[in-house]
Write a protein that binds this ligand. Structure first.
Ligand SMILES: Cc1ncc(COP(=O)(O)O)c(C=O)c1O
Length: 403
């Protein structure tokens, strides 16, 4: 007997309307061009492994050994003890005290998702930077949180605008996301700025979500300061991981560290642990890379920073000598967020640049930006020859169309 089919076109959930990930969306267009035989100059994605950066061999050996030693089952939900101990020592070196939980996750991405899910109810809000790394607002959109963004001030080296933060806090605001060093601006925040953010969080009972994933990729001489170290009483979840500085983004190793007043964070920590258990654990073999990464040789970092510094300088020079372009010099991570004085939208600009010059960058609207301004995000990971070709293409494009 033939069964009756009730299969209809499946509509995606309406909550996805606010989920954007322009970084990968632009890549789809580039793939089409590649299929037509064009060579794309990729300045779009923050994966160092696509370029001349190599995973330190001792990390590969540690994970291989773990697999051969049979560490292939489920791990404890919070992570394996040796990794947790190494993370504790690391964050204590950064001055973070009053630690109430440490846990390993599938990258900072999963950690943030878990920690926001454990806190935020539908209709509440968490302050996110504008421009932002799109994952923050994507997760909050999935949770049904109301968007609430604070200004990163381009005229002040992209430091957070503290008056704007203060103005945006409402009775429904539960937390604030602080990415330092910042994606997409490359800004590194001053002690004073961080202290002032911590003070606002203290006054208004907010949780700080501190994304420190780029803390070892500081390109100038100022040190990185973890906001949690400045405010031991304030609830802070500090996120970090191996993706960027230890060159293993595909291994999905991240962690979160909850600090703050013990009584204040207790029930929140229980909620986080509940969600960690519900998703079983993060990848066990790759957790065995954490101790060798944090406690082993750090030589590769010197080379990584040297390469990035040279590429940052080249990027800033190129932007400053290109018509209609200005750029605040990034001080950390591997992104620049130059501004363009052009008569078309930044999305149209990057699409046309891709089609005509095969240079792939991501439009600023993909990150949120102040109305009326037009930016693109550049990931300056490719070698200098590739960057030079890309910036020559950019300059020619602007000269041909708008100069
Ligand atoms: C600011 C920021 N946070 C988090 C992530 C994702 O980190 P993970 O690979 O640990 O999930 C990225 C990746 O580009 C990032 O730029």
């Amino acid at each position: 007997m033939k069964s009756v089919s009730n299969i209809r076109a499946l509509a995606a959930a309406t909550r996805l309307a606010n989920v954007r990930y322009a970084i990968r969306d632009m890549a789809v267009l580039a793939e089409q061009l590649e299929q037509e035989g064009k060579t794309i100059l990729p300045l779009n994605i923050g994966d160092p492994l696509n370029f001349d950066f190599c995973t330190p061999p001792h990390l590969i050996e540690a994970v291989e050994k773990a697999m051969r030693d049979g560490k292939n089952g489920y791990a404890p939900s919070q992570g394996i003890p040796e990794a947790l101990e190494a993370i504790r020592a690391e964050v204590e070196r950064k001055g973070i005290r009053d630690i109430h939980s440490i846990f390993l996750t599938s990258g900072v991405s999963e950690g943030l998702e878990i920690c926001l899910s454990a806190l935020v109810n539908e209709g509440e809000n968490v302050l996110t930077p504008c421009p932002d790394y799109p994952m923050y607002s994507a997760v909050l959109a999935k949770l049904g949180a109301q968007p609430n963004s604070y200004v990163l001030d381009e005229s002040n080296d992209w430091q957070p605008d503290l008056d704007d933060i203060a103005r945006k806090i409402t009775s429904d605001t539960r937390g604030i996301v602080v990415g330092n060093p910042n994606n997409p601006t490359g800004a590194v925040y001053s002690r004073r700025t961080l202290e002032q953010i911590a003070e606002l969080a203290r006054q208004h009972g907010l949780v700080i979500f501190a994304d420190d994933i780029y803390d070892k990729l500081i390109l100038d001489s100022e040190p990185h300061i973890s906001i949690a170290a400045l405010a031991p009483d304030v609830p802070v979840v500090t996120f970090n991981g191996l993706s960027k500085a230890y060159l293993v983004p595909g291994w999905r190793v991240g962690w979160g560290v909850v600090s703050g007043d013990a009584a204040g964070v207790q029930s929140y920590v229980e909620g986080i642990h509940q969600l960690l258990r519900a998703r079983l654990c993060s990848n066990q073999p790759s957790q065995f890379a954490v101790r060798p990464a944090l406690e082993g040789p750090q030589d590769h970092l010197v080379e990584v920073r040297n390469k990035l510094r040279a590429r940052r300088d080249l990027t800033v020079r190129a932007c400053r000598t290109t018509p209609r372009t200005s750029c605040v010099a990034p001080r950390g991570a591997f992104y620049a967020f130059p501004r363009f004085d052009i008569p078309v939208s930044d999305e149209q600009f990057v699409k046309q640049l891709l089609m005509e010059k095969h240079v792939l960058m991501v439009h600023g609207t993909g990150f949120g930006q102040q109305p009326g301004t037009k930016h693109v995000r550049i990931a300056f990971l490719p070698d200098e020859a590739t960057l030079t070709r890309a910036y020559d293409g950019l300059r020619a494009f602007i000269t041909e169309h708008y100069a």
